[in-house]
Design a binder for this molecule. Structure first.
Ligand code: GTB
Length: 217
């Protein structure tokens, strides 16, 4: 049976591929695994049926042959592990390093990116906004600079493209980091290289088609 993932019935990002189902779609496309999509309306995220799949009432989820997973890092890792040799290196050390980059993407980079995103979204009218903004900006910039220094002129983070790159690029594409990327040309080029991958393009088109269809209704 093909896996089924959940995604927004109508994504709040306007089909720009920023919602987290994009990471899972992209991983599935990279390994050549066909999949089905269960489109969940936002107002049903906290229904018991969806909470049974995702305890926090979020998308995406992944279901296949009685296995239900949530958390994009875990889902992408599962996809990589069940399709050996595509998204994770086969040598144990290389595999461990690629998984380390997956954790770095969500645990080190996405953390500060979300902080900046939510600060701009929810605190822009607060009296402290102008004082605190440079602090929040600096946290993201420090991480981008470290990543930029590490990547240098390399194509990917550790040899061949891996699930670590997939997760990192997805975080860099969030507006709170993407808008700063022009100041880090090697990171901007890294993201552009990833976006040029045929699997990325297929995933992007698939999620975009969902938004277009939902808008036409
Ligand atoms: N840690 C979880 C994971 O990685 O799977 C986070 C999942 C998550 O936050 N999902 C969001 C959700 O379901 C959808 S992606 N939220 C409902 C809730 O928390 O109640 C949301 C999203 C929209 C737009 C952007 N963007 O513009 O960058 C990014 C993410």
């Amino acid at each position: 049976m093909n896996p089924t993932i959940t995604a927004f019935k109508k994504s709040p990002d306007g089909g720009r591929g920023l919602a987290r189902d994009m990471r899972v779609r992209w991983a599935l496309e990279e390994v050549g695994q066909p999949y089905d999509v269960n489109l969940v309306p936002w107002e049903h995220f906290k229904d018991p049926e969806h909470l049974a799949r995702q305890p926090f009432g979020q998308i995406p989820t992944y279901e296949q042959d009685g296995l239900t997973l949530f958390e994009t890092g875990s889902i992408v890792l599962h996809i990589a592990e069940t399709h050996p040799g595509t998204l994770l290196p086969t040598d144990p050390d290389g595999r461990a390093r690629a998984i380390t980059w997956m954790f770095a993407a969500v645990g080190t980079m996405e953390l500060v990116v979300i902080e900046r995103e939510q600060f701009i979204l929810f605190e822009k009218d607060k009296p402290w906004f102008d004082d605190r903004k440079p602090i929040v900006d600096k946290k993201v910039r420090d991480r981008l600079q470290r990543l930029s220094d590490y990547l240098g002129g390399a194509e990917w983070l550790d040899g061949e493209f891996s699930a670590g790159d997939l997760m990192m690029v997805e975080v860099l594409k969030r507006p709170a980091s993407a808008l700063l990327l022009p100041d880090y040309p090697n990171l901007a080029a890294y993201v552009a290289r990833a976006e040029a991958r045929p699997a990325f393009k297929r995933a992007f088109e698939a999620q975009h088609a969902v938004f277009v269809a939902a808008t036409a209704q």
